[in-house]
Design a binder for this molecule. Structure first.
Ligand code: FES
Length: 123
């Protein structure tokens, strides 16, 4: 099972194993990381964005590509709601509920990637 390492600055916030078919957002949430996911995992809000320090997946969904390009974030971050825990990764969430002042992180994303993924190579 892939190992997911979560950083907060220079510190390791969490390390856990995840199923390769699990959405990264859900793996983070289910392991105590209060990452925001305000659009419910639909590639619309970008609050689930992570910096990938190591092990960045070589593919992305077209929905992720379109949203990152639209927000001028392409090449800087990835959308955890559009990623699977396919391999070992070290990631750092950009937005945590505990730092946000918001009341909730967003509704829980579906188990499978939404919208239905169309995969492409990461540019
Ligand atoms: S883009 Fe909104 S939760 Fe991922």
């Amino acid at each position: 099972m892939p190992k997911i390492t979560v950083r907060k600055g220079d510190a390791i916030a969490a390390e856990f194993s995840a199923s390769p078919d699990q959405r990264l957002t859900l793996a983070l949430v289910d392991n105590g990381i209060d990452i925001l996911h305000r659009c419910g995992g639909n590639a619309k809000c970008t609050t689930c964005r992570v910096t990938v320090h190591d092990g960045e997946p070589a593919r992305m969904t077209v929905a992720e590509y379109d949203k990152l390009k639209d927000k001028d974030l392409l090449g800087d971050v990835r959308l955890s709601c559009q990623m699977l825990c396919e391999a070992d990764m070290t990631v750092e969430p950009a937005h945590l509920l505990s730092d946000s002042g918001l009341d909730d992180a967003g509704s829980r994303p579906a188990d499978d990637i939404t919208p239905t993924p169309e995969w492409m190579d990461k540019p």
